[in-house]
Design a protein around this ligand. Structure first.
Ligand SMILES: O=C(O)C[C@@H](O)[C@H](O)C(=O)CO
Length: 272
């Protein structure tokens, strides 16, 4: 039986928009993180009024124009495939505001939601301002695009990153968790993983487990699946020959990413 943490892509049509994922708290039982993935044809429009959530609109692929109030961010988005491995543009919109998206070309857009704690200005997060980070060594190498890290005060609770992992490597590894509000040692953050693979016929493995193993799910994750991480360690392993991409959305009561490594596996960081 498929894990309740693994969500498959769907094809629901709403006007011009194909909804691939629509992960609302009532379906996921996540308290903080919401996630929507939409595909738009050229000229296709999507509109939403935010209430008690803020949103980061990530132009995953294709070109889009995003409007909020008097502002329009025209023809943003930098890539036709996430596997061009270059940062893209995003727009942050605070709670209580209405935004519109119009697709200039065929586009895929991620809508990343978290609770709105204070009103903040709408901001275009330019591709050129996204920090690119190489992490790890040996078979633990990955590249991270920091779209909305905790060091950037654009959002009130939302955190968003993209991660690339080449075949034969593990990421989100050594396994780490952030499910206890016990700062300064660890923060409580829920997380979602939206996965893509190149080639798209690939799969990766993701395990989500807690110390007591009351939660212990190992999933074969395919192209465009989402994995929910309500708690626990959540490493990803990528088979040889395939490249993995994932988009992480994180949120919790405090906007700090402070993780705790699984003590059983932390030693891998100490290798010379
Ligand atoms: O460094 C990585 O491998 C990526 C992870 O940190 C990922 O963004 C995550 O698990 C965040 O908690």
């Amino acid at each position: 039986m498929a894990s309740h943490l693994l969500r498959k892509p769907a094809q629901a049509q709403e006007g011009d928009v194909t909804i691939i994922h629509n992960l609302l708290p009532r379906d996921t039982r996540l308290e903080y993180v919401g996630f929507k993935m939409i595909d738009l044809k050229p000229g296709g429009r999507y509109e939403e009024t935010l209430q008690d959530q803020e949103c980061c609109i990530v132009a995953l692929t294709g070109k889009i124009s995003v409007t909020e109030g008097e502002q329009t961010f025209k023809e943003i988005g930098t890539r036709e495939s996430v596997f061009e491995k270059k940062p893209t543009d995003s727009v942050f919109v605070s709670g209580g505001k209405l935004f519109g998206i119009e697709a200039v070309t065929s586009a895929t857009v991620a809508l990343c939601y978290a609770p709105f704690l204070e009103p903040l200005p709408t901001r275009w997060i330019k591709a050129g301002d996204v920090g690119v980070e190489q992490r790890g060594k040996y078979q633990n190498k990955r590249m991270v695009h920091n779209i909305l890290p905790d060091s950037d005060p654009t959002a009130s609770s939302l955190l968003v990153v993209e991660v690339y992992t080449e075949g034969g490597n593990f990421s989100s590894y050594p396994p780490h968790k952030h499910d206890q509000d016990r700062l300064p040692d660890e923060s409580f953050l829920e997380e979602t993983y939206y996965h893509e693979m190149d080639p798209g016929s690939g799969f990766v493995f993701q395990r989500v487990y807690t110390d007591d193993r009351r939660l212990d799910e190992t999933m074969a994750v395919e192209h465009r699946d989402v994995v929910l991480v309500p708690a626990g360690y959540h490493p990803v392993g990528v088979p040889d020959g395939y490249t993995s991409y994932y988009l992480n959305v994180m949120a919790g009561p405090k906007r700090i990413w402070k993780f705790h490594n699984d003590p059983d596996h932390e030693w891998i960081l100490e290798r010379q």
